[in-house]
Design a protein around this ligand. Structure first.
Ligand code: GLU
Length: 308
């Protein structure tokens, strides 16, 4: 299988369609991005990276950060985290508040905003927000083995000014006793984790531990146990694409996590970690061209967790 040829073919197929979808403009700083960009990076478990398009351009990883914060929280508190957040697909939008009332402030899963805010609250325990942000940034640099990764302060501030829904979700959970720190402290960390800027290449490196039984094959760093890697992948498959998770599993067949910056991290266990980015989003808020590119990739490679 010639992976370079496959990623090149995908990038060429996307070229005439650049700009499709709708940019997330509810975060003003994200609305300023050039929509006509597309990047793809595939890093295999034997350490080779294949790239096409704008694979080296940093973008706002947004909700993809939730996978890595979950990894940190599991490292700190283990399975006890599941008393404060569920493991079921939500069937609602990423920032829905309705379900939270029905379920007494326990979010459905760690990948919708409410769930991610609870996870961030856990990582914040015993720290000042600045330290928790530093811990997250160091973790990402360690995972990707790249110290040049930074947080885009403009994006973080932009969301801090306009994140009314997230403020509502956090306060609502506080009222149910499921947030242990003040909403503004937790959200300060949450907005910064979402504002992390990474390229497809860096992201595909950072996700490798999930494709390789918990260990990053590039660095040899053991990040999580094999069992934990499997479980994080299970959550990505069932909950990683908001209300589009079922469709993504059907079309792509891999665990994946999307972000409103237009990025998607997908994991082919035992094979590769894949990052794709194109800012225009489809109706459920996932990268339009990114989802299609992954569908093409899995069709060409035969990668799927559902069979060969
Ligand atoms: N920072 C974004 C928010 O909380 C993340 C959403 C996403 O990427 O889906 O609205």
């Amino acid at each position: 299988m010639n992976l370079q040829e496959i990623v090149d073919d995908i990038a060429s197929a996307m070229k005439p369609r650049l700009g499709e979808g709708k940019i997330a403009d509810y975060i003003p700083e994200l609305a300023r991005i050039d929509a006509k960009q597309f990047g793809l990076a595939v890093t295999t478990v034997d350490g080779e990276t294949f790239t096409a398009g704008d694979a080296s351009v940093p973008f706002s990883i947004q909700s993809i950060s939730k996978v890595f914060m979950l990894t940190l929280a599991l490292g700190k508190a283990g399975e006890s985290i599941w008393s404060r957040v569920g493991r079921e697909p939500s069937g609602s939008a990423f920032n829905s508040i309705v379900q939270l009332e029905h379920e007494h402030g326990i979010p459905r899963n760690p990948f919708i905003n409410a769930g991610a805010i609870v996870i961030t609250d856990m990582v914040l325990a015993g720290h000042a927000p600045r330290e928790a942000i530093g811990e997250f940034l160091r973790f990402m640099r360690y995972l990707a083995d790249d110290d040049s990764i930074t947080i885009d302060e403009k994006v973080a501030r932009s969301e801090q000014k306009t994140g009314y829904r997230n403020v509502a979700l956090a306060n609502f959970m506080h009222a149910f006793g499921n947030l242990h720190h003040a909403a503004e402290l937790v959200l300060g960390v949450y907005f910064h984790q979402c504002a992390l800027a990474m390229s497809c290449v860096q992201l595909s490196h950072a996700g490798l531990y999930l494709a390789n039984r918990g260990t990053n094959p590039l660095t040899g760093f053991s990040v999580v146990s094999e069992k934990r890697a499997r479980r994080i992948n299970a959550l990505m498959l069932t909950c990683g694409h908001y209300d589009g998770s079922g469709d993504f599993a059907y079309r792509v067949g891999l665990p994946g996590k999307s972000g409103v910056g237009g990025g998607i991290l997908a994991i082919a266990p035992g094979k590769a970690s894949i990052a794709v980015w194109s800012p225009g989003l489809n109706k459920v808020g996932n990268s339009a061209l990114g989802s299609e590119a992954l569908e093409m990739l899995t069709q060409r490679t035969g990668w799927s967790v559902f069979g060969h």
